[in-house]
Write a protein that binds this ligand. Sequence first.
Ligand code: C2E
Ligand code: MG
Ligand code: MG
Length: 680
Amino acid sequence: MAIVMTLVATLVVAVAAAPAGHPATFDAWLASVIAVLGFRAWNVWRFPRDPVLRLDASPAFLVRFAAGIVLTGLCWAAFVLLFYRDLPSHEQTLVSTVVTAFATGGMTVLASLPWLAMTYTMLMLVPMAVALFAGDTRADLMLGALSLIYVVLSFGTVRMASGSIREAIRLARENANLFVEAVDREARMRTLNTELEHSRQAQIAANERLEHTVRRRTMLLEKEIEERKSYQERLERLANEDPLTALANRSRLNAVLNAAAPAQADSGQSRFVVYFIDLDRFKELNDGLGHATGDRVLRVLAQRMRAVAARALCVARWGGDEFVIVRRPDDDDDEAADLAWGDRLIAALSAPIELDHGPVQIGATIGVARHPADGTNPEQIVRLADMAVFHAKQQGGGVTCAYRAEWGALAEERHELMQALRRAIDTDALELHYQPIVDLADGRVHAFEALVRWRHPTLGNIPPARFVALAEESGHIVRLGAWVLRRACREARRFVGDRCERVAVNVSVRQFSQGDFLAVLDEALADSGLDPRALEIELTESVFAEDTDQVLATLRAIRRRGVRISIDDFGAGYSSLSYLQRFPVHTLKVDRSFVRDLDNGGETIISAVLSMSRSLGLEVVVEGVETEAIRARIRALGALCAQGYLFARPMPPREIDGWLAAHASSVATNPSAAPVLGDA
Ligand code: C2E
Ligand code: MG
Ligand code: MG
């Protein structure tokens, strides 16, 4: 703006006050002014904002700006000094007006740069004052003096104005900065708002995702809890339930009995009755029709028990085909009513069961014991009920029988031993020892007799004579005998051969006549792969005492298989000798008692047996040879084979090889002597 004004004023002066006398100097002046103005215009064009406001403008700019102002002032000073005096008075008035106007304007415009404003004012007015003082009128002198006074006054004005202008500029600049800052802040605010909105959206999305995850996790957790619950229920069921029949198992039964017993004992409330149920003919059915059918029958019978004993405290499977029901009696202390309930249960269990191949009928025998009349210990009551079943079974079964106190402690002990024996058979806790039967002439080992051994967990070794008799009494002998036969055939495979011809196995009367003995024999042979000729069955005379066609047929069948038969403890029992002609027997084992009583008629009997057997073509084994003297005496009587502690005590299978080796070497050096090993 100032540049344009200066240009206009210059042109006005050039047109209106061009001096007539020095055209060339004036042209040079005009060119200088235009050049200076051009320079200033260029400088401003480089910095289009008002340069005066830019107090912090670069020093280069300020130098160029100041140079432009000073040059402008110098131009006007030159004009005044060169041309003013030669101008007519009206043109002088125009020039002094323009110069004064420029000085005043410059003072205001440049107030922010006081040194420049004062220089400019001086450059404009001092030459003017000089030119006026050179005039010849008073008025010129007055004007010159006024100009100088004006210069001095303007210095003061500039000093005063520059402070407030600088302040105004500073404020304006601050305002501008504040405005820029406000705009900036608003922009930042907008950006922040946008970012805030984005993060809000992101938060909503994240919340939704979180909710979804939480929902899914909750569902999974609920499922897991559900699964755990059903797993726990399953575990509980497994711990308390018989898996086949879904009845209570023993552990559940014990818990029920323990819960019921103390309450009864303390409070004298109504008693409870334990029914021990043993199914009749179930084992035959299970063996004959297979275990799947057996399981089905058990399930049906369990269902019937549950129906009859719907209000009982517990219906449990004791194991195998045995069950226990605990119930409160209908009528206190009425034994007849308790037994009648048992009979009703038997009737329900005896109803035919429809199977695929037709109906089958299973009966039951029940033993009853009562709390607290028969005992207060829950375990004992179950045992007493079990004893009652045993009694009932011995009388043919199919009835309900109550425990009788007069059976006494001895009966209970025997019963317990029987139960323990049954468990021992089931769990393979028995073992066999073997005793050699030796040829008296050359020391050759004819056979090893298998003798069963039972080590009771608390009572220790129990003599076979005791528990075999017990097994016969209880009927367990059938299973015990089958176990012995199977085990002996299997173990004999190891020692039967060159060094020993066969294994002898004791078979009891009841085992022989009950159950399917031939099937058991065949199975043992097939299972072990033992040559039937390497097996000898020892039967006691009582078998032959029965003298039935069935016994004869079975003996013949045994012989047909190549299995040998011997009569054990010969002479100790039944004394009719006629059966020796009728029955197909190979060997007689002379009972130990004759050897013991050798001097009291034993020798005579042994001689008689030896001569009789020779005529019948039977072999003889003399049992119980304990000393060399006895060996010599029976040998002198003509005995060929013997068995006894002199040769060896019964020994476990692992010792047989060693004994055979030792025996062979001692026989080689002295055929009449043999080492004694085995049972102490
Ligand atoms: P057993 O069949 O007459 O067996 C011979 C018994 O006489 C065995 O007694 C044996 O150890 C014993 N003995 C052998 N030599 C001598 C001797 O020199 N002196 C004396 N004092 N005794 C001798 P163990 O093993 O105690 O068997 C007793 C009975 O138990 C057997 O008599 C047999 O009747 C029966 N038994 C053993 N094991 C079985 C078996 O697996 N099944 C059956 N049904 N009964 C068996
Ligand atoms: Mg024997
Ligand atoms: Mg014997």
